[in-house]
Unconditional design. Structure first.
Length: 236
């Protein structure tokens, strides 16, 4: 028995409508998620973040692997963090921090050129980009995450400003297993509060940021020397 000709398109039509409905809800969810993240950044202008995506990620990893996990996280004002450490982190992570508006296009061009030549030696992520990643996306890598991160960077620059961006970043960034923020790192590695960190200690702490779970400050002789030279070149 054959199906009447007039009813043949119904199944494809229903399937198309179902896909459109799913797509619409995905767009709504993504839009609401972005709005929530933007509002969180606005709130962070006055409220210190109680946790970050990286903190949560590390706790979940420890729980899944059934490993002990001690979280050291203390938020302190920027004026209680030694200028030596502030300058070292900027020199190491984002030398043009005060010149760009969230994206360092010069560094991006250099990184792209090095990629094409097969000689990539540096990243192009700014402190603002790293802050957004830490707060909302964790350590995962994907084009979707990069796109979402990029859309929030201008918001962070607009609502927070450079001083607050640096303050939050230095307080939430991962400095070792379960070690978050400048004060926790200073006390853990050097048994001193962040305000007392010397120029050399600041360079060594900054040197471990690209791989905080693998590096130790006392092993960063070569890279910390490079950071110290950069600091001198920048007038610090």
């Amino acid at each position: 028995m054959t199906t009447p000709t007039g009813t043949q398109p119904e199944i494809p039509l229903k399937k198309s409508l179902r896909l459109l409905s799913i797509a619409r809800w995905l767009v709504i969810i993504l839009a609401l998620s972005w709005l929530l993240a933007a509002l969180t950044l606005l709130a962070a202008r006055w409220i210190d973040p109680p946790t970050t995506a990286v903190h949560v990620q590390r706790r979940l990893q420890a729980f899944i692997l059934r490993k002990p996990y001690n979280d050291r996280y203390t938020f302190i004002p920027l004026n209680q963090i030694s200028p030596n450490l502030q300058h070292a982190v900027i020199a190491a992570e984002d030398a043009r921090f005060y010149q760009h508006h969230g994206f360092d296009w010069h560094a991006i061009q250099i990184a792209a050129k090095e990629d094409m030549e097969g000689d990539r030696t540096r990243g192009a992520s700014t402190i603002t980009q790293q802050l957004v990643k830490n707060l909302f996306f964790g350590t995962g890598r994907s084009f979707l995450r990069k796109g979402a991160e990029a859309s929030l960077v201008p918001v962070a620059e607009l609502v927070l400003g450079k001083r607050r961006i640096l303050e939050i970043y230095l307080n939430v960034v991962e400095w070792g297993p379960g070690i978050y923020g400048a004060d926790s790192a200073s006390r853990y590695y050097y048994r001193t509060p962040a305000r007392n960190i010397s120029r050399q200690q600041g360079a060594r702490l900054a040197a471990i940021l690209p791989a905080p779970l693998k590096r130790r400050p006392e092993r960063m002789n070569s890279y910390s020397a490079i950071i110290l030279r950069r600091m001198s070149q920048m007038g610090w």
